[in-house]
Design a protein around this ligand. Structure first.
Ligand code: NDP
Length: 284
């Protein structure tokens, strides 16, 4: 990597950020495309976001991704959030600096939908989906599943009030949405599910509990785990044992990275950016 006086800085703010694959993905695109830029992980604790965003302006960092725990708080500090659906989601994972202004986007939701289609050949329209979690990733997934005309969306979360909050929040923007928060999987009546999505951060550690009773996997055709670690979560392994068609979040990570690249470099040719990300995926 040839760092020069002209090299532009991109990066990711998160805590913890050590495990992130994003630098590998984005730096590979920069190298492949001959873009004079570098992508750096920045460990930014929960109470350090405001200063870190101020540093984006001061140091003219051209773009950053945001990960746990910053996506929702960052939304409050954007100068502009151009997309209506991103404003509804209320969480930001991609920031670009334009004329000194912080412009916020969320590429998680569209990245998730793209990968459902690509990896699981799953189209949400009319389908019955159980979403686990009510954090930033779940919120983004919920809005995009409803946007894709998902038939019924059940939301289950460790803290039930947050699941109910997400239900109310989606319905506030889309009153016709078929969304229901549930305390237990026994509340899901009326036949099999088409998809279960793990949008919790639960399952990375071997001694993590199940975010839901794994028996629900016997009632679904597809399972998507947003966690992208090469090590499969316990719930993922349960899905495979039950021969449920399953995918982890690596494809979503690739798609959201691709969409971030398009925001930062609108003039670059799409095909070769995606090809480079896919190539890097193989070595992840
Ligand atoms: P948040 O911190 O906003 O939300 C975490 C969610 O996990 C909450 O619903 C929380 O429940 C739940 N949770 C945490 N620990 C447990 C536990 N022990 N048992 C049950 N539930 C638990 O995180 P995000 O929404 O931003 O991210 C969620 C996951 O999705 C992460 O693993 C992240 O890496 C992944 N992700 C993957 C992406 C990809 O591209 N593949 C993109 C974005 C996220 P509670 O409300 O009760 O605290």
């Amino acid at each position: 990597m040839d760092i020069k006086g002209t090299t532009q800085i991109y990066g990711i703010f998160g805590s913890p950020v050590r495990h992130t694959l994003s630098p590998k993905l984005h730096n590979a695109v920069f190298q492949k495309k001959g873009i004079d830029a570098v992508y750096v992980p920045f460990e930014v604790p929960g109470d350090g976001l405001v200063e870190a965003l101020e540093a984006v302006r001061r140091l003219k960092i051209r773009g950053v991704n945001l990960t746990i725990p910053h996506k929702e708080k960052a939304f409050l500090y954007m100068d502009e959030v151009p997309e209506v659906i991103d404003r509804a989601v209320g969480a930001i994972n991609t920031v670009s600096l334009k004329d000194g202004k912080l412009i916020g986007h969320n590429t998680d939701g569209p990245g998730f939908i793209e990968d459902l289609k690509e990896t699981l050949q799953f189209l949400p329209k009319g389908k019955r989906v159980l979403l686990l979690g009510a954090g930033g990733a779940a919120r983004s997934a919920a809005f995009y599943l409803v946007k894709e005309e998902c038939g019924e969306l059940f939301i289950h979360n460790r803290t039930p009030e947050r699941a109910k909050g997400l239900e109310d929040y989606v319905k506030k923007y889309i009153p016709t949405a078929g969304v229901k928060s549930i305390l237990s999987i026994d509340e899901i009546s009326g036949g099999p599910l088409d998809l279960v999505v793990n949008a919790t951060s639960c399952g990375l550690k071997e001694d993590d509990p199940f975010p839901v009773n794994p028996d629900v996997l016997s009632r679904t055709k597809h399972y998507y785990d947003m966690i992208y670690s090469s090590q499969k979560t316990r719930l993922f392994r349960e899905a495979q044992t039950r021969k449920v068609k399953s995918a982890n979040g690596l494809g979503m990570l690739i798609h959201q990275a691709f969409l971030s690249e398009l925001i930062w470099f609108p003039g670059e040719e799409r095909k070769s950016i995606f090809a480079s990300l896919r190539e890097t995926r193989r070595s992840c």
